[in-house]
Design a protein. Structure first.
Ligand SMILES: CC(C)(COP(=O)(O)OP(=O)(O)OC[C@H]1O[C@@H](n2cnc3c(N)ncnc32)[C@H](O)[C@@H]1OP(=O)(O)O)[C@@H](O)C(=O)NCCC(=O)NCCS
Length: 153
């Protein structure tokens, strides 16, 4: 049985995260410099998924103005898709945000990205807007979700 382990990303994961981002977003991946900035940013939460000690997916969220979480990236290597890893990463990121008292999480996803749109809908995100040509000549769908309160009891 495959065991997937989640942990916080570390600075030394940078090279692997860059390669995964490139594999997931061939046309519009982040630069290594930008991923490093995200990892070092005090308000970011970066989580990796490991299978047999290898990073196979990751997500990075940032707490932005008005105490809102925003998902900057979520990707799973092609060979490891369809096994629940994307959902696990998203659930963990939401949990971390909620633990910090964040009540809303938002994201942009490219129109026509069915796997991601399905994943987010299934996880309770709803479409709240469209940004024309956000991804070059493709529109970005803006989605958001109210997070469950996980603060003090
Ligand atoms: C989107 C992505 C992260 C999903 O990761 P994953 O590990 O394959 O997803 P999971 O196995 O956790 O699937 C969870 C749900 O997502 C949806 N989903 C995943 N892959 C899908 C596909 N190919 N077609 C339709 N729905 C899909 C399903 O609703 C699925 O639930 P189910 O298994 O009960 O049907 C992955 O496809 C990926 O890395 N894509 C490239 C990068 C990207 O587009 N990221 C999102 C940017 S906003």
């Amino acid at each position: 049985m495959e065991v997937v382990v989640l942990r916080k990303a570390r600075n030394e994961d940078l090279d692997e995260l860059y390669l995964i981002d490139k594999a997931c977003f061939p046309q519009h991946h982040f630069s290594k410099y930008f991923i490093r900035l995200l990892l070092e940013y005090p308000s970011s939460i970066a989580i990796v998924a490991l299978s047999s000690n290898r990073i196979v997916g990751f997500t990075i969220g940032v707490i932005e103005e008005e105490n809102e979480g925003r998902i900057y990236t979520l990707g799973v290597l092609p060979d490891f898709r369809g096994r629940g890893i994307g959902r696990l990463l998203l659930e963990k990121l939401e949990e971390e945000l909620a633990m910090l008292g964040i009540e809303k999480c938002c994201l942009e996803v490219m129109e026509g990205n069915t796997p991601a749109l399905q994943l987010y809908s299934k996880m309770g995100y709803r479409k709240v807007g469209v940004i024309k040509r956000y991804y070059g000549n493709r529109d970005g769908i803006v989605m958001e979700k109210a997070l469950k309160h996980l603060g003090t009891v």
